[in-house]
Design a protein around this ligand. Structure first.
Ligand SMILES: Nc1ncnc2c1ncn2[C@@H]1O[C@H](COP(=O)(O)OP(=O)(O)OP(=O)(O)O)[C@@H](O)[C@H]1O
Length: 304
């Protein structure tokens, strides 16, 4: 049995005049997934999202949401979709509650007890006029409207901007709960570290090309980790020569720092042949992986 993808693009290409913003992007995202869509400024993230939502028309290729065609079934798709744009524009003179009521009237089927529960969780102020809210508090109203009709597919363009860490945590919990019910979240972002705790898979887009799609767990396995070992007496760097997965060994007195990938086992076997006093292993540096994907681009940008 095959499952209909929640979000699908096939050969999606979008040109603006002579400029190709998105080139032949094919993606399949299943129900129950949180998908991180990553890329630097101008990579084509918003253009892809705008095609998915039928806000602009693809030059070539197709987009589907829950099996429905983004162009042909645009009206029907709205019933299945929640969306938070990167440049959220709300009526400044409406309060948060009036804004949500206005949007709920357009969509129908909104459960107000659920909206109040969301507002409570995000500690959102729905009484003040939206124009008087801080940007983070305005963003909370945007998040509530994206989830308020419990849509099967939620598309969020840079949603984390401006949210404080506590709200981010609550937002992550909400996304997890949402996909646990079989729904899907598409999360666009500039950095991997922003989505590392929630995404099941991530796609990397660069200059309009989808350059990689990876499971988050595989990326974590591939990531370099740093380790610092304190020995009772100095151990030469050469002791770690040729140890599987170990790089960048540096010795300072009786301390050794190194980077490793994959299992820590080979490194530990060599270390424990000596008298180890302590060991610290730092968390995975995900931004380093992100930079790996885009390093050429950054180098070229620096050269200009
Ligand atoms: N209407 C348009 N006309 C011409 N070029 C456009 C138009 N919309 C987007 N572009 C160009 O397409 C490219 C991709 O833009 P897009 O907004 O999709 O990038 P992004 O990955 O969302 O970037 P950011 O993270 O900065 O929001 C950019 O070079 C942008 O200038």
């Amino acid at each position: 049995m095959t499952t209909t993808p929640a979000i699908e693009t096939a050969g999606l290409t979008k040109r603006f005049g002579d400029f190709t913003a998105v080139q032949d992007v094919s993606l399949q995202i299943g129900p129950g997934e949180i998908f991180g869509f990553l890329g630097p400024n101008g990579a084509g993230k918003s253009t892809t999202i705008r095609c998915l939502l039928d806000l602009i028309r693809p030059s070539e290729g197709e987009c589907r949401i829950v099996g429905l065609d983004s162009r042909r079934d645009a009206v029907e798709i709205r019933r299945h979709l929640g969306f938070l744009p990167s440049d959220l524009a709300l009526y400044p003179n409406l309060t948060g509650r009036e804004t949500l009521q206005f949007l709920a009237n357009l969509r129908g089927g909104v459960d107000w007890a659920w909206v109040d529960a969301l507002a409570d969780r995000f500690d959102a102020d729905l009484v003040k006029k939206v124009g008087e809210l801080s940007s983070g508090n305005r963003q909370k109203v945007g998040l509530i409207q994206a989830f308020m009709n419990r849509p099967e597919v939620v598309i969020l363009d840079e949603p984390i901007t401006g949210l404080d860490p506590l709200v981010q945590l609550e937002f992550h919990t909400l996304m997890r709960e949402h996909v646990a019910d079989g729904n899907t979240v598409f999360l666009s972002s500039h950095t991997l570290s922003e989505v590392e705790r929630v995404a099941d898979r991530v796609g990397f887009i660069r200059r309009g090309h989808l350059i990689a799609v990876e499971r988050m767990s595989d990326l974590l396995d591939k990531a370099l980790r740093r380790v610092r070992l304190e020995f009772a007496s100095p151990v030469p760097a050469s002791a770690f020569d040729g140890v599987e997965g170990v790089h960048g060994v540096a010795v300072e007195g009786a301390s050794v720092t190194a980077q490793y990938e994959g299992s820590m086992g080979p490194l530990l076997r060599v270390a424990t042949a000596h008298d180890v006093l302590s060991l610290e292993s730092s968390s995975v540096d995900l931004d380093e992986i992100f930079l790996e994907f885009y390093r050429d681009e950054l180098t070229e940008a620096e050269a200009v």
